[in-house]
Design a protein around this ligand. Structure first.
Ligand code: SAH
Ligand code: DHB
Ligand code: MG
Length: 232
């Protein structure tokens, strides 16, 4: 499957540069190390954001003084912990995952990181939970991180815009996939979903967007960053 390739295309120089930058800028972090270990022990796939990208998520939240963060795709809570640490004083994070067993592990990892009072995990299919959040008057979210099943990414993006305010940031993971997104006629549902996300973000007059490619720890992939600008 084309969408699994990046685990096998590690490049020595990319890895060495990642190791160098990590050595310069990443602090030893017991809670994150424990989260990765517990996630692996629970049999989760090793698809957390790369460490340096996780730190970026924290920094974005902190720079915006985010009070409300939404995450779609919790896994073991690795990116959740990063994001929650970026919350401003009194802030809250809601994270969505349909996998109850994952949520349980994530809950422990988040407790171990002393973030339980700030984080709420909602178990269920994200497309069922998102309308509930809206009905409950949750939001607007300052920062949204979309990192769940790729075929639904376009719909998660629309929900993220709906639950945002002008000035909110929406970050979308895995938007390059070894360049698989170049395949216009791809029948791969992940590729189709990501291409449709680009099309919607490009056409949406309420946002302006960019994306960058990443190499190293997770092979060749990328992150999109979308700024909600409000109605034109
Ligand atoms: N953000 C995490 C990685 C998430 S992996 C990190 O970087 O640490 C993707 C997650 O999305 C998985 O845990 C999977 O269970 C979840 N997921 C997949 N489809 C989903 C759906 N329809 N609704 C909610 N969660 C879903
Ligand atoms: C997959 C999902 C991710 O969010 C990721 O970062 C890497 C891989 C996957 O479903 O294979
Ligand atoms: Mg991802």
């Amino acid at each position: 499957m084309i969408d699994k390739i990046w685990y096998r295309t590690q490049d020595e120089k990319w890895d060495a540069v990642d190791a160098f930058i990590s050595g310069q800028f990443l602090e030893d972090d017991a809670a994150l190390i424990a989260t990765l270990a517990a996630s692996e022990a629970a049999g989760m796939p090793p698809i957390q954001v790369a460490p340096l990208q996780g730190k970026l998520l924290m920094m974005l939240g902190r720079a915006m003084n985010a009070r409300k963060i939404l995450e779609i795709g919790t896994l073991g809570g690795y990116s959740t912990i990063r994001l929650a640490r970026g919350l401003g004083e009194g802030g809250r994070l809601v994270t969505l995952d349909h996998h109850a067993a994952y949520a349980e592990i994530a809950r422990d990892n988040i407790a171990n990181a002393e973030l339980s009072d700030k984080v709420e995990i909602r178990v269920g299919k994200a497309l069922d939970t998102l309308p509930k959040l809206e009905a409950e008057g949750e939001g607007p979210f300052d920062l949204v991180f979309i990192d769940a099943d790729k075929p639904n990414t376009p719909d998660y993006f629309d929900w993220a815009v709906k639950l945002s305010r002008p000035g909110s940031l929406i970050v979308v993971d895995n938007v390059v996939r070894e360049g698989a997104i170049l395949a216009e006629k791809s029948e791969n549902p992940n590729v189709k979903g990501l291409r449709e996300f680009y099309a919607r973000a490009a056409a949406d007059p309420c946002v302006t967007a960019t994306a960058f490619q990443t190499v190293g720890d997770k092979g060749h992939d990328g992150l999109a960053i979308v700024l909600v600008t409000g109605k034109p």
